[in-house]
Design a protein around this ligand. Structure first.
Ligand code: FAD
Ligand code: 2HG
Ligand code: ZN
Length: 475
């Protein structure tokens, strides 16, 4: 335990939370000290797991009085080490693992109220049991929590139709850095009482308080879905295909994801139970999903017709439409396993970039070419949410190189190069993962003084002692 912590703080916390809510045992804490990507390992004085907002308030008050930092943590699936403490050992990790209740789920209001620690797939299941759907999904759905998804304003694979978490967030309950409870849980669709604290806390990455619950918008369950996989030569054809299909299927299209041949190869090599979806390999692949309500025709027919037309018109080389749910899941597994397969393959310099949708296909080709020319031997692996203008433009080490040593030596220069390319096109260096600690230096380097100044002023007003997740999002 770190000597600079007030002597009685740890004892008071242990008494307050009891053995189920408190541990300072290094073995218990170890899995929660390293980020999902395995890049950063920190240290903590204790891991606290309050059972409700009242216990969370008590923790925050004690920490504020002692000036001790708190690192909120949900499923620890952050792609930017946002939930990983620094190495000082002073921080208290506040885990939401014991706040797992779905307080209510109303089909009439189309609203669910979920506590921060509810796992995303559990909310999916609960909504489905009531004929409803929470339309935000991502590959980490088995671990990522509502609190983490709100705090990162998560995106995922249905943003094209339903937007990011902010668009689905109706209300929020949070413990502010003062220890006060902001009770903003509501089913209201309209509420104009001044500054929107709900949206301020969304995407704040735990720097402005601890989200303890959220009220979330639901939509009717889809009666049918069509999931297709298409192979093509050029990402420019993908964009043309999307616009064409929108004309044919309207807003039924929910997902339009791009996977290059190399990403598919990694998945097939490293993820058991996967198999190639098409006979031949194609330079680029698309995973497309469309849904329909019970009153509409089966979306499989519409998607099959649209893809047949696209093959005839030369946009698409080959395609398959899942005939049943098992096949649909198998296609999704190929897309959702890319991060895992890439992680097994080695560590990469990751970039989560956004550009206007129309600029993305060219960037995929020319951006990759520029990076590979400037840093000979590196291998760009770009995949993701093409329909949203957001790809994960990851740069892998030259073959045979020690990837960790390479990342330590070259990572910062490569990331600056990538982000400058993105910036020159009016893009963003964080489309959906947030800033955390791994993007902090680049955020500060590239953001305008006005943006950083305003963020710092908000932070200073709400968290004057700077106890909430220091070292993340802001310098
Ligand atoms: P954590 O990782 O625990 O925390 C994330 C951040 O939120 C940290 O800054 C933490 O301090 C803060 N935080 C957590 N809980 C709270 C709380 N209750 N109150 C205040 N702050 C809190 N993200 C996407 O947007 N789209 C994707 O498609 C996507 N795909 C992914 C796929 C994989 C395989 C993985 C591993 C991650 C993916 N992510 C994606 C990133 C990640 O899943 C999301 O950022 C998710 O929102 C994090 O949820 P979590 O519960 O794991 O949060
Ligand atoms: C995805 O879209 C995630 O699969 C992870 O956002 C991206 O691993 C990545 O870079
Ligand atoms: Zn993503």
């Amino acid at each position: 335990m770190n000597a600079t912590l007030p002597a009685d703080l740890i004892e008071t916390l242990a008494r307050l939370l009891g053995p189920r809510g408190f541990t300072a045992d290094p073995a218990d804490m170890r899995p929660w000290l390293t980020d999902w990507r395995g890049r950063i390992t920190g240290a903590a004085a204790a891991l606290l797991s309050p059972v409700d907002a009242a216990e969370t308030q008590a923790i925050v008050r004690l920490a504020a009085r002692a000036g001790v930092p708190i690192v909120p943590q949900g499923g620890n699936t952050s792609m930017v080490a946002g939930a990983t403490p620094d190495a000082s050992g002073r921080a208290l990790i506040l885990s939401t693992r014991r706040m797992r209740a779905i307080r209510s789920l109303s089909p009439e209001d189309n609203v669910a109220v979920a506590e921060a620690g509810v796992i995303l797939s559990d909310l999916h299941d609960a909504a489905e049991a009531q004929g409803r759907r929470f339309p935000l999904s991502l590959a980490a759905k088995g671990s990522a929590t509502i609190g983490g998804l709100v705090s990162t304003n998560a995106g995922g694979t249905q943003v094209l139709r339903f937007g990011t978490m902010r668009a689905l967030l109706l209300g929020i309950e949070a413990v502010l850095p003062s220890g006060e409870l902001f009770d903003g849980i509501t089913a209201l669709r309209k509420d104009n009482r001044g500054y929107d604290l709900r949206q301020l806390l969304a995407g704040a990455e735990g720097t402005l308080g601890i989200v303890t619950a959220a009220s979330l918008r639901l939509v009717p369950a889809a009666a049918a879905r069509a999931v297709a996989w298409a192979g093509l030569d050029d990402p420019r054809d993908a964009l043309a295909l999307l616009r064409r299909m929108e004309g044919q299927l309207g807003d039924a299209i929910e997902s339009f994801e791009i996977v290059p041949a190399e990403a598919l190869r990694l998945v097939l090599a490293h993820v058991p139970g996967t198999r190639a979806p098409l006979e031949d390999s194609h330079p680029w692949n698309l995973l497309i999903e469309a849904t329909a309500p019970a009153s509409a025709p089966d979306p499989r027919e519409a998607i099959t017709a649209a893809l047949a037309g696209a093959i005839e018109a030369g946009f698409v080389r080959d395609a398959t439409v899942a005939a049943n749910e098992a096949q649909a899941d198998a296609l999704w597994k190929l897309r959702e396993s890319v991060s895992e397969a890439e992680r097994v393959d080695g560590i990469a310099a990751k970039h989560d970039v956004a550009l206007p949708v129309s600029a993305m296909p060219r960037f995929l080709i020319e951006g990759a070419r520029e990076v590979e020319q400037r840093f000979p031997g590196v291998r760009v692996l770009a995949f993701g949410h093409l329909g949203d203008g957001n790809v994960h433009f990851n740069v892998r080490a030259p073959l045979g190189a020690d990837d960790r040593a390479w990342l330590a030596a070259e990572g910062a220069t490569i990331s600056a190069f990538v982000h400058d390319l993105v910036g020159s096109e009016g893009g963003s260096l964080s489309a959906e993962h947030g800033i955390g600690q791994t993007k902090l230096a680049e955020f500060v380097r590239t953001a305008s003084p006005a943006r950083i100044g305003a963020l710092k002023a908000i932070k200073a007003a709400l968290d004057p002692a700077g106890i909430m997740n220091p070292g993340k999002l802001l310098p």
